[in-house]
Design a protein. Sequence first.
Lengths: 666, 177
Amino acid sequence: MPKLTIDGVEVEVEPGTSVLQAAEALGVEIPRFCFHDRLSVAGNCRMCLVEISPGPPKPVASCCLPAADGMVVKTDSPMVREARAGVMEFLLMNHPLDCPICDQGGECDLQDQAVGYGAGRSRYTENKRAVAEKALGPLIKTAMTRCINCTRCVRFAEEIAGAPVLGQFHRGEDAEIGTFIKAAVATEMSGNMIDICPVGALTSRPYAYRARPWELTKTPSIDVHDALGANIRVDSRGREVLRILPRLHEGINEEWIDDRTRFACDGLAERRLDRPWVRGADGRLRETSWATALTAAARGLAGRDVAALAGDLADVEAVVALRDLMDELGSPHRDCRVDGAVFDTSQRSGWLMNAGVAGVDEADILLLVATDPRREATVLGARIFRNWRERGLPIAVIGPAIDAPYGYDHLGDGPDALDRLARARTGFAKTIKGAQNPMILAGMSAFRRPDGLAVHRALHEAAQKFGATFNMLHTAAGRVGALEVGFVPGPGGMDCAGILRDAKALISLGAEVSAPKGCFTVYIGHHGDVGAAGADVVLPGSAYTEKDATYVNTEGRPQRAVRAVAPPGLAREDWTIVRDLAAALGKPLSYNDISARIEAAWPHLARWDTVEPAPWGPFGTAGPVDRVPFAAPKDAYYHANAICRASPTMARCVVAFRAPNSEEAA
Amino acid sequence: MKKPYDLTADYQPAAFTFANKKAVEEAIARYPEGQQASAVMPLLWIAQRQHDNWIPRAAMDEIAKILSMPPVKVYEVASFYTMYNLAPIGRYHVQCCGTTPCWLRGSERVMAACAEAAARAPDGLFTVSEVECLGACTAAPVLQVNDDTYEGLTPASAKELMALLEQGIDPKAGDKQ
Ligand code: SF4
Ligand code: FES
Ligand code: FES
């Protein structure tokens, strides 16, 4: 292992480490623009110059220089300082210096490094070049004159997003970034280019001119738009969430988030339920007070067989309270699988992503069953793409063909393909039998069918046979948490399909479903969507940015969402609504501290950010599987939940990126 | 002046196929297994020679397909080098060197003379462009018409040269002094 000296300190590093990374390990900061940990090395900005001996008497770019034994590196010698000031002067030569009207101002690498390493003034007196703006869709605003041609965005599009449509064209002074032809940057990861662009060339269009970074309150939280639980930072001012940024979590989202997570936040200010509503005798919903609404709810529910549904965005706290209320009422009719998926809930390993999100990196073969990771869990899709691109991960698909950046074998459309695979001896079957870490990833579409239980069993058998991990990819952030606390039909209870057919009274925790005719429905939720429209009593709850709440992701990792802003109007935290409803029904909950209640019954849900492994055991019910092909995964990426449907930005995306077979209507 | 490229213009043909498949295969075979993308430059050159001295978008897309690389990578290479023409170009591509040695020996005036002659000539005959060093500095100033180099020029000899070309007479390449 090479041993080198950086600024007088000796350090030993792994072979292949660059001088820049070695310095970083020591805590020595080297300025950079083009270098990015997760992208290939381009070495084109020259900001990272250092002095090396032995070697030629000139500064060297440290990001693309492998550390070698006996190297002596100076990162702050007069030569280095002069070289960096020179590079900075060149970079700023054609830069418009329009910081006062630039959204990157205050969080701009170019600004910071100009202050830290620049010469303070320019000697350039000629005309500056100007570059035409590029059309990069409704999410990214460009100001290409500010671009310093670091090519981070180009490398991101190709290496992480798997959409190689950006490039650097022409040369010298004419060099510019773009797509050259009229091409959409068709990726659900595009917002990350805003983060990695070190200058203000790519900025957020929806956030344009809304705020300066120093005005914002930054709250670390968890995303709920898919079931991965990406770590996010919620930036708010007053009661308004202005933007969402990614937060580093190596096990889940690394440092990326997808566009829905980032840009749907403007939906938090639209179509909100900010006061209780009760349906009057004339059949119309009317605004009212909490007291009246709770009384009306209690009166409507009393004496009926009450069922309950937990929607896709329900937090663990509210689900636990609702479950306890249902127990008090003695009703077994409850379910959280509101999309109609049918699978065995008795075995924890039957509904978790057992290998974990990061497990995708270790997989040496992957079988996708009725799932489209790119749209159902975008950041996970990026991991799959990386494994395929860097290590040639063999991938096969059972179910409808998907539009993915990686290549795959299409083994068949329906569950019978599993059977064929088990019996085959060549091709993919052979590879999977010889693999060390095979992984089966099954999406919700595999279970949204009458023979869901049999499919579940067939997948269990396939996992057994191939020695593969079984992984369920959920799409709803609240689903796994609800499964963890057993929010599934009790003995003799109806499941979601049964409830939607026969229920006489229903408490819906944000479930966007239409209750059966004549069913008295109490809706607790935050957006005026399908669920609220058909309800008899609407109790306004909080969105994920407005409450301290627990969500469990698809691998079974409990995480904490943190209240960043207050809920609007009279809206309240969901579990307290359930508590008050219970009191109004004369069945008060026996506790006041929901966290203590959860910790006592499900201690692993109180160990945040730790995955409790699930013991492997049989799941599903043996039985005939239908030959009917799996349905296509719901391609409603930009319209997946009530928040997205309320978001003007998501509506613009639907129009801009409309896929030919998408269910999304403009 | 060279025409600015326009990859959606109506002069762009819908499709492109290489006439000389053998030349293409030979170019690819020159690079080691797995490095076929390196053949992008020779292939662009073959396409340009085949197609009236300019490369249509269809050809770049075809090359991307042959070398299994994203089309955008081909566009990057093609737009980087001045020797690739991405829009229709005159029958005679007059490339005047403007680099220091030629410039010291009066290339600006030579270039002006060429541009003036080209402006008077019928459309589609000449495209005059400024290029970097043509590698014949000893005989500066220098210009190149299609494949031939003309050396030691003066504004007068450049004009003469353009006149001959305009009449379709092939002037003798080499030193004009
Ligand atoms: S747009 Fe930003 S990320 Fe892309 S090359 Fe320019 S400066 Fe770099
Ligand atoms: S960071 Fe090293 S050259 Fe850009
Ligand atoms: S400078 Fe003109 S040929 Fe070299």
